[in-house]
Design a protein around this ligand. Structure first.
Ligand code: CMC
Length: 392
């Protein structure tokens, strides 16, 4: 290819240097700023993980209190933002709403969009992390035709999200600590994953100098696809379609058939050629949540477990190192919490916002160039226009 390396899908191209997240796909290791994901899921919480991703270190008690308080300062959205929702059909996919409304935030903060000003970058990061749960819950309430709920700053991040999702002005129920903890853990497990498609999209958009809200909207759009964040929704749709254990073999055969576009959703990963460590924590959380909710013999969980068992012993999946990924069990937990399937990818976007913004900030904090991949041209050589009346 002459002067360029041809690498479709970026199979072997590092697009940047980064100090944020390390993955060893062969060993199934995921570290954020050096800390294993298992420890973060067990001993930390989402906002602490946000601080870590953004700043490089876990916060001290004082720093954590300050960070939480700053986030709480920004949880509300401008009243005018509500009008954007009314432009959508009630049955719009909430990810479509998220792409539009998050991008629209840029129109509200003209005075702090100088990407070369570190304070502007900081306040944009805080605004995005704080407002994503509010906007996500508003998208859900809009689809339900229910009044939108204001954030409550006496609640923690996950509790507040569940409050805005499930409470109504006429009935404010306390948020179950078990469900809030599970929600928080799902946020931690999705917080960052180095240069995946959506993060690379955010970096690429950011490399042109675009504002952070526009960049995050681009990330949301890239995340939506079923090969990426859309997989969590697709897993549940697939489990519904499979229906019962007797049908598993048929679907495994479809997944192996190269003439059939069907793939086993929630299986396989570009980087992990061993178990996705997030999937292990997710499965454990799933067992805990269903246990604490007293849900025994959840048919979809039974089906998922059997599917995993069968796939993991099948030579096709073994040869290709296809294991369950983070999205395989997350949907079962989200469903148990009461979250509708169409909101699953929105929750992924909410949680990944900190990863996107951390990478955007990292890029802008040191010298960078506009991202401008080259191509391998396979079209026509130069030719001349034939007048219209002579074309065949
Ligand atoms: N079901 C059946 N076959 C599969 C699957 C699957 N889920 N995943 C990969 N394969 C096959 C693929 O057909 C190929 O076979 P062959 O070598 O015979 O052509 C081989 O395994 C290698 O796969 P690939 O498509 O070349 O791998 P990739 O790195 O380009 O794609 C992936 C990775 C995640 C897009 C893909 O595994 C997939 O589509 N999985 C299902 C969707 C999914 O669960 N996505 C969530 C990923 S984790 C969360 C996130 O990133 O957002």
């Amino acid at each position: 290819t002459g002067r360029f390396t041809f690498d479709p899908g970026f199979m072997s191209t590092a697009s940047c240097e980064s100090k944020i997240t390390y993955i060893d796909g062969d060993q199934g290791i995921l570290l954020h700023r050096g800390y294993p994901i298992e420890q973060l899921a067990e001993k930390s919480d989402y906002l602490e993980t946000c601080f870590l991703l953004l700043n490089g270190e876990l916060p001290t008690a004082e720093q954590k209190a300050q960070f939480v308080s700053t986030i709480k300062n920004h949880t509300m959205v401008h009243e005018q933002l509500k009008s954007f929702f009314n432009g959508f059909r009630r049955d719009a996919h909430p990810m479509a709403i998220m792409c539009g409304v998050v991008g629209a935030l840029s129109a509200f903060y003209h005075d702090s969009l100088d990407i070369n000003n570190p304070q502007h970058r900081e306040v944009s990061a805080m605004r995005l992390i704080a407002k994503m749960p509010t906007i996500a819950a508003m998208a859900y309430k809009y689809s339900m035709g229910q009044p939108m709920m204001y954030p409550r700053n006496d609640l923690n991040y996950a509790e507040n999200f569940l409050h805005m999702m499930f409470n109504t002005p006429c009935e404010i129920k306390p948020i179950s600590p078990v469900l809030a903890k599970a929600m928080d853990r799902i946020f931690v497990l999705h917080a960052d994953h180095e240069q995946n498609a959506s993060t690379s999209t955010v970096r690429l958009a950011g490399s042109s100098g675009a504002n952070p809200f526009a960049c995050i909207a681009a990330g949301i759009a890239a995340l939506w696809g079923p090969a990426h964040g859309g997989a969590n929704e697709a897993v549940l749709t697939m489990l519904d379609e499979i229906g019962s254990v007797e049908n598993i073999d048929k679907f495994i055969a479809k997944a192996k058939d190269k003439n059939d576009p069907f793939k086993l959703m929630g299986f396989g990963h570009r980087v992990y050629k061993n178990r996705d460590p997030r999937a292990t924590v997710m499965k454990k959380t799933c067992d805990e949540v269903l246990g604490e909710l007293g849900i025994t013999n959840d048919p979809q969980l039974q089906l998922a477990m059997r599917l995993e068992e069968i796939a993991l012993t099948d030579p096709y999946f073994k040869e290709r190192n296809l294991y369950p990924n983070v999205d395989f069990y997350s949907g079962i937990i989200l469903k148990a919490i009461g979250i509708p399937t169409s909101m699953f990818t929105v929750i992924f976007a909410l949680a990944r916002t900190v990863g996107w913004i951390s990478h955007w900030k990292e890029m802008l904090s040191s010298p960078y160039k506009i991202g401008r991949p080259r191509q391998l041209y396979t079209g026509y050589a130069q030719r001349d226009i034939v007048p219209l009346d002579q074309r065949k």
